[in-house]
Write a protein that binds this ligand. Sequence first.
Ligand SMILES: *Cc1c(COP(=O)(O)O)cnc(C)c1O
Length: 397
Amino acid sequence: MNHPIPYGRQHITDEDIAAVNDVLRSPYLTQGPKIGELEQAFANYIGSAYAVAVANGTAALHLCCMALGVGPGTRVITTPLTFSASANCVRYCGGDVFFADVSSDTVLLDPAAVRTLLESHPQGYFSGIIPVDFAGYPVDMVAFRELADEFGLWIIEDACHAPGASFVSETGTEHRAGDGSLADLAIFSFHPVKHIAAGEGGMITTNNESLYKHLLRLRTHGITNKPTEFTAPYEGEPERGGWYMELQELGYNYRLTDIQAALALSQLARADSMLDRRRELASRYDSVFAEAAEKGIPVQIIVPPDGVIHAYHLYVIQTPNRKGLYDFLRTKNILAQVHYVPVHLMPYYRNFGWKPGDFPNAETYYAHCLSLPLFPTLTNDEQDYVVDQVVTFLKAV
Ligand SMILES: *Cc1c(COP(=O)(O)O)cnc(C)c1O
């Protein structure tokens, strides 16, 4: 191929561009009517009662931690196998990050490892868990809910990889990632490599009305202009008029613009078809690599069991000579990527005492993983080319 093939890429249509143009000619550029429309449409798509649009996925995580009262001394458990924002949000609020290992078959935060960590400390030691639907594989949120109820914890589901993912619980109930039925709060990102691209953008979903109202306030500085929410006494003040508003706590400017919301809305209308294409491409990869593995080619894939519906943000293979494969693919214009350097191995987190060997499953995965190109506009020809190059290299190993 004479053009580079990235591991992920946005898909922008003429309708998307027209939707953005309409906003540019409208009276509102930021936090106008498109925000409410997007929130409503996104909540419907995910299946939650409420949705709060924010500036990006990291801001979503930060506001969730604030709304749940994370502060100095608050201890929160997350996975080492994620983008660092899943842990950083706790630090923004001055809390302490703890990690537990992933399960080696799903590479998702392992509820059993979390239980061991919880049981090795007194009740009340930890406050919350941030599981991540890594690559688009939904975590077993029933197991985390049970732990949360038993140990008095809240849950923020980092569902950035998983809009449209779902699983069926033992009782036969279907749970969509971020639908508010099990986690207290869930977050999504509209970064261009994610399922829905808005340039930058994020969303928080929840079924909890009081958290929802609190998040709306935190998103705009902690200010409210709703008379029913005012708390300051009238005494000693001039008469209030329509201008009056209150800063009730310290929030941020984490607003999404209407320009971005229009783009996200337009993309959301195609979310199902884009997700279908991701799944189709993933299943084409699955069949080739399963066959290759049977022939003794050193490649391993993760295929979810029946009842688990993957959203395929990433398509990952594991192979012993990962560095060799990564370098070889670059020479062939294939920009495969590694997700992720485990968070506990980052210098910032090593400062807190985490070190190599702490989470063997996450580290073994990191040593072998490579994310191959996967995005809705990847053509079958491009994918066949990627597969040929990967198999050619691995056969020679
Ligand atoms: C992308 C991502 C984020 C952060 O989202 P931004 O919109 O880039 O801030 C957080 N967690 C995970 C797992 C992500 O993939």
